[in-house]
Write a protein that binds this ligand. Structure first.
Ligand code: IMP
Ligand code: MG
Length: 183
């Protein structure tokens, strides 16, 4: 090798955790449970952009009652895989949530900082009820206790990607969830 040859770039690998079929089945169960809980209440599923959007849309389609959709986005994580700092609101709701039944939808709850911040914000606007649904709950990573009312699966502290979840904006469109293993 000469000094001018580029170093070999090794790609991270994604190890399968939940297949698309497993996710479909679990989201369907969650949607049916939530349809029972929210029948006649016309809930608003609030997705946390961007990681929750695939889950939120699938969950809404799996919930056979009237559901409205809205979005917030916050910045908290940097580009890496480790949490940093205090969240800031980047995108606000379009719907007035006073007196409405709200389900905050996340792809993954990690430290709880993001969900806690958004719950405080939404609570200050006087919703009739406020719950949390997440596909994945990284229970051992919690730094702030937050109520998780509907969880697809409880997992460990591994960094997961796919089905909306990213690492530096990659992997969001994988139809499955996998564990990112650095090369
Ligand atoms: P928290 O504030 O630490 O609970 O982190 C929540 C946010 O961090 C999520 O909305 C994700 O954007 C991101 N995040 C945390 N863990 C993971 C992961 O394992 N994969 C991808 N994104 C993650
Ligand atoms: Mg991310």
């Amino acid at each position: 090798m000469t000094d001018h040859e580029p170093a070999v770039q090794t790609e991270p690998t994604v190890r399968m955790l939940y297949t698309a079929e497993q996710i479909t089945a679990r989201v369907r169960e969650m949607g049916l449970e939530m349809a029972r809980d929210y029948d006649g209440l016309r809930p608003i599923y609030v997705g946390v952009l961007k990681g929750a959007c695939v889950f939120q849309c699938d969950l809404a389609r799996a919930t056979p009652v009237d559901v409205e959709l809205d979005y917030v986005s916050v910045s908290s994580y940097g580009a890496g895989t480790v949490s940093s700092g205090q969240p800031k609101l980047l995108t606000d709701l379009r719907i007035d949530i006073r007196g409405r039944h709200i389900v905050l939808c996340e792809g993954v709850v990690d430290s709880g900082v993001t969900v806690s911040f958004i719950l405080d914000l939404l609570r200050s606007r006087g919703p009739a009820s406020l719950k949390v649904a997440t596909l994945l709950d990284k229970v051992p990573c919690r730094k702030i206790q937050v109520p998780v009312d509907y969880a697809g699966w409880k997992i460990g502290s591994e960094f997961v990607v796919g089905y909306g979840l990213d690492a530096n904006e990659r992997y969001r469109n994988l139809p499955y969830v996998g564990i990112l293993e650095e090369a």
